[in-house]
Structure formats: C-alpha cells, structure tokens
Ligand binder design. Structure first.
Ligand SMILES: Cc1ncc(C[n+]2csc(CCOP(=O)(O)OP(=O)(O)O)c2C)c(N)n1
Length: 351
C-alpha cells in the first residue's frame, strides 16, 4: 500500500480519486496556523524545560501534520483518547497552555477536564488508552449515539498486549473507534524494523480493522483520510485504523539523547519533509499568503510564546491535601487519618 499524499514536499498538489478534498485558501491557512501555533508552544516548552521550569517535556516537533490533520477530521463532539505527546491535537480542541503545562511542571497529575474538551487526560502507560477508547466506544455503540472515538498511539505502543487486545475487541464488537497510529520511526531507541515483521496497517487489517496508510507529514492528506474514514466509522461500518508515516525530529523526551542511536543524516533527511515547510510552499505557490497574513501569524505565535512563559511560572502549586477529596466519593477512615497526618506534617515545617 502506498501512503496517501495530496501535497508533496515541494508544495505541489496531487488530487487523489479516493480522498477528495476541497483545498481552499481558508482551509490551508487554518491548518497551517494550527501547526505553527503548536510548534511555537513546543519550542517554548522545550526552552522552559531547559531552564528548569518544567520537569520534563515530550516534543511534538515534526508530528504537527498528523495531529492537526486528524483532529480536524473528526467532530468536536467526538471523544479523544490521547497518549502523552498530542499537544497539537489538544491545542486544536481548545486546551490552554496552562492546562497542558501543569502536568509537566509537576504541579498536577493532569491539567484539564476531559469531559469539557471531549479529550481524555494524557496516558503515560503505553497503549492503555486504546482499551479505554474501545470500552468507551462500546458504550457509545450501546447508547446508539452519533459519535465516534478517536485514539492516538505510537509505533512502539502497538507492541503492547493492550493494543492488540483493543484491536481485536473493537473489531469483534464493531465498535465506533478510530485508531490513529503516529508511526514516528522510533520507540525511544527502538526502530520498527527490529520491533515488528509486518507493517502496522497490515497487522490492523489482520484484526479485521479497516486499515489505511497516509503520509503523516501531509496535513491535507491526513485531514482528508481521517474525515473520510471517520464518516465511515460513524455510519456504523465498524472500527478503523490509520497509520500515519511521520517523524519526530526531536528526541523522545527532554531526558533522552537521540544522538546515541540515530544519525544526523536521518534527521536532516526528514527536515526536507517538514510538514510546515510544504504548506508554506503551497501557500506561496498558490498566492494564498501575503506579507500581512504572515506577519499577523508571526505576531500571534510570538504572543503565544510570551503567554506560555508567563503562565508557566504562575502555575498554582499542588495542594496535596485536596487530592483526598478528589479520588473517592466517600472517604474511608484510613484516608481521613492519613490526611490529618499529612496536615500535621506540613504544619510542622519551619519554612
Ligand atoms: C506499559 C509501558 N511500558 C513501557 C513504557 C516506557 N516507555 C515510555 S515511551 C516508550 C516508547 C513509546 O514509543 P511510541 O509508542 O512509538 O511513541 P513515541 O514516544 O515515539 O511517540 C516506552 C517504551 C511505558 N511508558 N509504558
């Protein structure tokens, strides 16, 4: 199977008979803007981590098209179960920088209300979210709701038992779930070729999922394929799988040294396929951007950067005390005692 591509790295369009898309200046500018803002957040968060303001950050650099294209291909009411690197998708749902950063500053276990954004909290246990998504989709199915569930994961996560169990359950149940795999080339230091013998979309088809392969650095292709596949899933055709071939140009996390396992020439090769660069070329070639549009967007990105730096330092400190109220509906005696013990301990600090 050849990955679906509508826009090549030179910025030229190639319409695809199976995946029609009305490529307007508005759509192109909107998707490009969302990717630029996500990249700016990513850059600022990296800088903040390096300054000791964030404990850890997992960069999305290079995967913006996969995320922006897919999240904009489903409805705002569709429920999303992300892994831990879906910052661009989260931003598209309206999750704020403060809500995104608070977990990585270590001030909260997660920053947002999943129900409000229809976007579940990040999952650090690889592939667990695929089972959550499948279970939720089975609920949607039983409710007869006009909804679908989108879940994100990586190539490495596909090796987990949870992933394979989720594919099988979803297929057997005909659940309305769309599995979106960002195959970014590396599971920390492990490349797919030593982790699996069959391409991911082929394995998915073996489970009975409607499987697709897309150029994950082409936001237009990802958008068109996700939208088309989502319509099918919503109409009751059963679960589907999209493998997006992309590349994370940064290390796995800010604690990782990718120089120990991958070459500079590999990264340079992918830089020429940067998802933002080809949209810039398209906008230019079609005459859909001008100096005013670009400077306005530059300003918006700059303001986002300033805002991210400001809010990061102002994020509220954790009140461990409150956690006792949030976990259980009724507090058992033991937790009441622990809470009192914790309060006494805090009160004993001299400061
Ligand atoms: C169940 C489980 N096993 C191992 C890990 C450690 N771990 C964290 S990220 C990672 C690699 C994940 O790779 P991939 O799914 O391709 O996602 P990527 O980070 O490349 O986006 C591993 C092994 C974990 N978080 N959870």
């Amino acid at each position: 199977m050849k990955p679906v591509q509508l826009l090549d790295p030179a910025g030229d369009l190639h319409p695809h008979p199976d995946w029609p898309l009305d490529i307007t200046p508005e759509l192109t500018r909107d998707l490009y803007r969302k990717m630029r803002l996500a990249r700016r957040l990513d850059e600022e968060a990296l800088a903040l981590q390096r300054q000791g303001e964030l404990g850890l950050w997992l960069q999305v650099l290079g995967q913006e098209a996969s995320q922006v294209g897919s999240i904009t291909g489903v409805r705002a009411s569709d429920h999303v179960f992300p892994s831990y690197r879906e910052h661009a998708a989260a931003m598209c749902r309206g999750i704020t920088p403060a809500e995104l950063l608070i977990q990585w500053r270590g001030n909260a276990h997660s920053g947002w209300d999943p129900e409000r954004y229809r976007f579940h909290i990040y999952t650090l246990v690889l592939a667990a979210q695929l089972l959550h998504a499948t279970g939720y989709a089975m609920g949607v199915q039983r409710d007869g709701a006009d909804e679908l569930v989108l879940t994100y994961f990586g190539d490495g996560s596909s090796s987990e038992g949870d992933a394979n169990e989720a594919f099988n359950w979803a297929a057997a149940a005909g659940a309305p779930v769309l599995f979106f795999c960002q195959n970014n080339g590396w599971a920390i230091s492990t490349p797919p070729q030593i982790q699996m013998r069959a391409p991911l979309h082929q394995r998915a088809a073996g489970f009975g999922l409607d499987a697709h392969l897309v150029d994950g650095n082409d936001v237009l292709a990802v958008h068109a394929v996700t939208r088309g596949v989502a319509d099918q899933v919503r109409s009751g055709s059963g679960p589907a799988f999209i493998e997006a071939i992309t590349y994370r140009m940064a290390g796995h996390s800010t604690s990782d040294d990718p120089g120990r396992y991958r070459t500079d020439s590999e990264v340079d090769g992918w830089r020429t396929r940067d998802p933002l660069a080809r949209m810039e070329l398209l906008l230019e070639k079609q005459g859909w951007s001008d100096a005013a549009y670009l400077s306005e967007l530059d300003l918006e990105c700059k303001e986002l950067g300033t805002e991210v730096r400001r809010i990061c330092k102002e994020l509220p400190l954790p009140e461990l005390d409150e956690r006792f109220d949030q976990v259980l509906a009724e507090r058992p005696e033991l937790l009441t005692e622990q809470r009192a013990g914790y309060r006494d301990l805090v009160a004993s600090f001299v400061d």
